[in-house]
Design a protein around this ligand. Structure first.
Ligand SMILES: Cc1cc2nc3c(=O)[nH]c(=O)nc-3n(C[C@H](O)[C@H](O)[C@H](O)COP(=O)(O)OP(=O)(O)OC[C@H]3O[C@@H](n4cnc5c(N)ncnc54)[C@H](O)[C@@H]3O)c2cc1C
Length: 266
């Protein structure tokens, strides 16, 4: 199998995240591999391990679009077990919205499928910064491939992918012919951690850098210029207020009801 896993380099949610004052794009200084993409990576590794792994010629390609630092998301993916990495990097991509991102990633997937066909594209259910969940569906549309989103279980049988998608009231079993685009949820598996052997092995794995010219994309179609959306203004979130503290002198219940009533929550 040849699986491409989309991995995004995102600001660490544990740290203070902010937009750059200059142009309201995300300040990606302290960034990491998006945690939700680790589930997609784990799903890909389990699929190829069930088919003999890399030794049997199976591939898990970690593809990331982003500035220089995004290579760290790829390196982490290689340490976890991806067989090779691809970094789509071009200054003209800066400020790309979801539509522009999916256009560029679709061209990169086509480029990677030129030598041998891609069987499956796996993604996280959302990035942990933009959180739009738009890219997987847009990517499938641009590649004219079937899409299955929010899979909580996944298997491949012959030329089909079979997935489970949960909702509040029931679950669906969805089948699609390969190649397909599938986004997976954080319920699908327990991502593995890079081990010492994996960290050493990653040093010998290939990371290819692609520019827009390499994948045949006109810079005017991506970045701020090619984006369908624009962040007009951005303001820092107001600092959290201390909140109301209720001291129970036997009437805490009444105080709480009064508070909720005052907030028109009752
Ligand atoms: C706070 C904030 C709000 C935003 N709001 C919008 C908006 O409303 N509309 C809009 O069009 N854009 C928006 N953006 C921009 C958007 O985040 C970027 O365009 C981004 O590259 C794609 O969208 P996403 O992060 O929401 O991806 P999702 O669609 O949430 O990502 C789903 C999956 O796609 C893959 N993926 C996404 N981006 C990449 C990448 N660069 N490289 C590799 N894989 C990737 C990952 O597997 C990821 O798990 C916003 C950005 C921020 C920081």
């Amino acid at each position: 199998m040849k699986i491409i896993v989309l991995v995004k380099h995102v600001p660490d949610a544990q740290l203070d995240r902010h937009l750059s004052d200059e142009d309201n794009t995300t300040d990606r200084a302290d960034s990491i591999l998006s945690e939700l993409d680790e589930y997609a990576l784990e799903a890909a590794l389990q699929l190829i391990e069930a088919r003999g792994g890399a030794k049997a010629g199976n591939q898990v390609i970690a593809l990331s679009m982003g500035p220089a630092g995004a290579v760290n998301a790829i390196k982490k993916s290689l340490q976890i077990g991806a067989t090779e990495g691809v970094h789509l990097r071009d200054d003209a991509l800066a400020g790309s919205d979801a539509a522009a991102t999916s256009l560029a990633l679709a061209a990169a997937v086509r480029h990677l499928g030129a030598d041998s066909p891609v069987d499956l594209v796996l993604t996280g259910m959302a990035s942990t910064d933009g959180e739009t969940s738009l890219v997987p569906a847009q990517l499938a549309e641009r590649l004219d491939l079937p899409q299955v989103t929010f899979a909580s279980e996944l298997d491949v049988d012959g030329g089909r992918v079979i997935a489970r998608r949960d909702s509040d009231t029931h679950y669906d079993t969805i089948e699609a012919t390969l190649p397909a685009v599938v986004s997976v949820t954080d319920q699908i598996n327990e991502p593995r951690f890079p081990n010492f052997k994996g960290i050493i092995a990653a040093k010998r794995k290939t990371i290819t850098t692609l520019t827009l010219a390499d994948i045949g994309v006109d810079p005017a179609q991506v970045g701020k210029a090619g984006s369908w959306t624009e962040v007009k203004t951005a303001a820092a979130r107001p600092p959290r207020t201390a909140g109301t503290i209720i001291t129970d002198e036997g009437d805490a219940g009444i105080q709480l009801v009064d508070f909720l009533a005052a907030q028109k929550l009752l």
